[in-house]
Design a protein around this ligand. Structure first.
Ligand SMILES: NC(=O)c1ccc[n+]([C@@H]2O[C@H](COP(=O)([O-])OP(=O)(O)OC[C@H]3O[C@@H](n4cnc5c(N)ncnc54)[C@H](OP(=O)(O)O)[C@@H]3O)[C@@H](O)[C@H]2O)c1
Length: 294
């Protein structure tokens, strides 16, 4: 059956891991007709009992709907899974919500186009329990007409933000947000480990000290963004880099004497020292952006 002959409310979903299960459940609860496929077929059983239709093959799943969504382990798996059904993609919209890099997304868009499919790449800024709520942000980029056509459908999963026709932008924003998260959360892990190593209670420290501190310090981010956009890092500086670079070795020393590893801290110490040596004593910490791209 051609894609045009199938009701627009039909969705085919490939990949029933933790995220796929949450997404298919959300679509079912909203009343969509959904065909599912997963390598381990038994993971579909619960969803079938709630109204999903099982596809025995990927080709069968792709043929069932004009909108095909993949949420699999990585892009290599997406390619391997779709390859035997590539011809069936013609005339369909492929939305790939698998985590990948911008280059992988662009290559996937070319591949989909070669098989006659419109392509949207997606970045899921949520964990499975958040799916279906506005707090679940899902980033999309790629074919604008495909996004407009399925915007309301995709909003079922959470807030849908379209980032433009370059399919690499959804993964770019996704990965940039994850990097911000990992820097903050690994900083928290290092900090809480220090407190535990000192024999104190990380729970009380977290609630009363660390979280309010991080919330207050996140107020610096807009100024950093301004500095990084302009390339000027000496405007309205309240904590200059020379002062921060002088204090940072104390944090390194404190961890070392508590027996806490320094893997996370030493690269930052080296960057600060290099920036000071390069003459950026009066700059904001944001000046490290210039070293990161030099
Ligand atoms: N979970 C999260 O919090 C979260 C948040 C944001 C983004 N994501 C992204 O969403 C995607 C899926 O994540 P998930 O949490 O659902 O992962 P998951 O629970 O580990 O599920 C992985 C899925 O990929 C399938 N798969 C793995 N290797 C395969 C292969 N060789 N051939 C065919 N299928 C294969 C699995 O099939 P089987 O069931 O047969 O193993 C399963 O459907 C990932 O790209 C992840 O980065 C996840």
């Amino acid at each position: 059956m051609s894609a045009a002959d199938i009701p627009a409310t039909s969705i085919s979903f490939l990949g029933l891991g933790a995220m796929g299960q949450a997404m298919v459940t959300s679509f079912l609860e909203t009343g969509y007709s959904i065909t599912v496929w997963n390598r381990t077929a038994s993971k579909a059983d619960d969803l079938i009992s709630k109204g999903a239709v099982r596809a025995d093959t990927v080709a069968e799943a792709v043929a069932a709907s004009p909108l095909v969504i993949t949420c699999l382990w990585d892009y290599a798996v997406v390619r391997d899974v779709l390859a035997p059904a590539a011809d069936a993609l013609s005339g369909r919209v492929l939305v790939n919500l698998t985590n990948g890099s911008p280059d992988q997304a662009r290559a996937m868009a070319v591949w989909a186009g070669e098989h006659g499919a419109s392509y949207l790449d997606g970045g899921i800024m949520a964990v499975p329990p958040m799916i279906g709520q506005p707090s679940a942000l899902i980033l999309y980029s790629g074919d604008a007409a495909a996004f407009e056509k399925y915007r309301a459908t995709l909003e079922t999963l959470g807030t849908a933000r379209y980032l433009g026709s370059d399919p690499g932008f959804a993964p770019l924003y996704d990965l940039a947000m994850l990097i911000g998260m990992y820097g903050m959360l690994m900083g928290a892990v290092q900090s809480l480990t220090m407190i535990r190593a000192a024999g104190d209670d990380p729970r009380e420290f977290s609630a009363s000290f660390l979280i309010p501190w991080l919330n207050a310090m996140s107020g610096s981010i807009p100024q950093y963004a301004e500095n990084i956009q302009s390339g000027k890092h000496t405007v309205d500086v309240v904590s200059n880099l020379a002062m921060q670079a002088a204090a940072f070795p104390n944090a390194v020393q404190a961890c070392a004497s508590l027996g806490v590893r320094l893997d996370f801290l030493l690269p930052l110490k080296a960057l600060m020292e290099q920036a000071v040596a390069d003459g950026h004593r009066d700059a904001d910490l944001s000046v490290l952006a210039e070293l990161l791209t030099s």
